[in-house]
Design a protein around this ligand. Structure first.
Ligand SMILES: *Cc1c(COP(=O)(O)O)cnc(C)c1O
Length: 405
């Protein structure tokens, strides 16, 4: 790739291929991105095929396409197709990995301040069930997980290091590869929640050094809702025991005997929304077509511009912390509740969302924040859309928004 290619991004094409751009100014990409037309078309086409010839028959006819989803996921993550399970959400992916770990009493789990609620709820459940210790590694001064503190906390009772790469409530990008190095050196299992990073920045499981990694389809990958991916490293597969099995994950070979699949699909279930699965594969190919590095550069650049603009609006406080900041931009407006900011923007066709304490309790309590406005940018957003957002936020803060919001 030439130097100029790195800096040019065909935004016009991205928008032409994104039907939703005609209707909304979409800054809720950390919630669910607007699907590109090729994803929408391939998903709908399979649904139509199911209606025309039958669901099983459609799956058989599309077998090649369905199988190719694993190859696409493998290219996205830098792993083998046999190390991928396609599931219906990032949470399901993460849970299948986490609940597979054969914990024993006294085991320690080391995790981060940025942890997502569903993950932490699962820690609490298994901590009670198996008498485990859940310990939160403090952040460093930049607001990311302290890798040196993590290293100090490692001992031979640590069973798992579990990290959220990018939290749901801010621009932070945790140093996943440096954490991976610590986990590798200690020979400890490492589970990475890459829900917000997949499709936003390059992910290479070998470089990160994780054993398990979870992804959602609908966020930065721009896939259909109800899709997710789980990566499980080949070498740890037999160390894990899936919390549930069915006739797809295993085969009933004799009256009292079953045999599990030899690959990561032992974490899947038989039934799946094949239209969504095909759409997910298309979304991954589409992201790879743009180039994930180029996507990251564009997204980070737009987010930086938005943060700079917000900092200049009276009464607005940008709230992102971290050494590396991504496309999730969070802020508060003095005297205006985040929900009112969201409503005010929504009336103007601008989509943002609100993050609250119960989603990321540790981080929000640490920083003394109850609620935030979250404006998450994607590569199809424009500088002009950022100006529209800034103008609308400026009106909110000036009091116009208070009466209207
Ligand atoms: C959204 C999110 C999840 C959950 O993803 P689902 O696909 O809804 O299960 C997990 N972790 C983080 C950090 C998230 O932002």
């Amino acid at each position: 790739m030439t130097a100029t290619a790195v800096h040019t991004f065909d935004v016009d094409r991205a928008r032409r291929e994104t039907p939703g751009c005609e209707n909304v100014v979409h800054f809720n990409n950390a919630g669910a991105s607007l699907m590109p037309a090729p994803v929408l078309d391939s998903t709908v086409a399979h649904l139509r095929l199911e209606a025309r010839i039958g669901g099983y028959e459609a799956a058989a006819a599309a077998e090649g396409k369905i199988e190719a989803v694993y190859g696409s996921a493998a290219r996205l993550l830098g792993c083998g197709p046999d190390e991928v399970a396609v599931v219906d959400s990032a949470t399901r992916a993460w849970d299948m990995a986490f609940y597979s770990i054969p914990f024993t009493a006294g085991d320690r789990i080391l995790t981060s301040e940025a942890e997502y609620a569903s993950n932490f709820i699962a820690y609490l459940q298994l901590a009670q069930r198996h008498d485990l210790q859940v310990e939160v590694v403090p952040n460093d001064d930049a607001g990311q997980i302290s890798v040196s503190r993590l290293r100090e906390l490692i001992d031979d009772r640590v069973r798992l290091v579990s990290l959220t790469h990018i939290p749901t409530n801010g621009g932070l990008v945790n140093p996943a590869a440096e954490v991976g190095k610590v986990a590798r050196d200690a020979g400890v299992l490492y589970l990475l929640d890459a829900c917000q990073s997949a499709g936003q920045l390059p992910l290479d499981v070998a470089e990160i050094g994780c054993d398990m990694l979870s992804v959602t389809g609908r966020k930065y990958l721009r896939g259909p809702r109800g899709t997710g991916l789980l990566y499980v490293r080949r070498d740890v597969l037999d160390e894990l025991s899936p919390p549930m099995l069915d006739l797809h994950a295993a085969t009933w070979v004799a009256r009292d005997e079953y045999r599990m699949r030899s690959d990561a699909r032992r974490f899947e279930s038989w039934e799946f929304n094949y239209a969504a699965k095909i759409g997910l594969g298309r979304a991954i190919d589409y992201a790879l077509g743009w180039g994930v590095e180029r996507i990251r550069d564009r997204v980070y650049g737009l987010a930086e511009e938005l943060r700079r603009g917000l900092a200049e609006v009276p009464g607005v406080t940008p709230q992102d912390v971290g050494a590396e900041l991504c496309g999730i931009v969070t802020f508060t407006v003095e005297g205006v509740a985040p929900e009112d900011v969201k409503t005010w923007l929504g009336v103007r066709g601008i989509n943002v969302s609100v993050s609250r304490v119960p989603s990321t309790r540790l981080d929000m309590e640490n920083r003394g924040i109850d609620e935030l406005v979250r404006a998450s940018v994607h590569y199809y957003n424009t500088e002009r859309e950022i100006q529209l957002l800034l103008e609308a936020v400026r009106e909110t803060g000036s009091g116009t928004g208070r009466s209207g919001g």
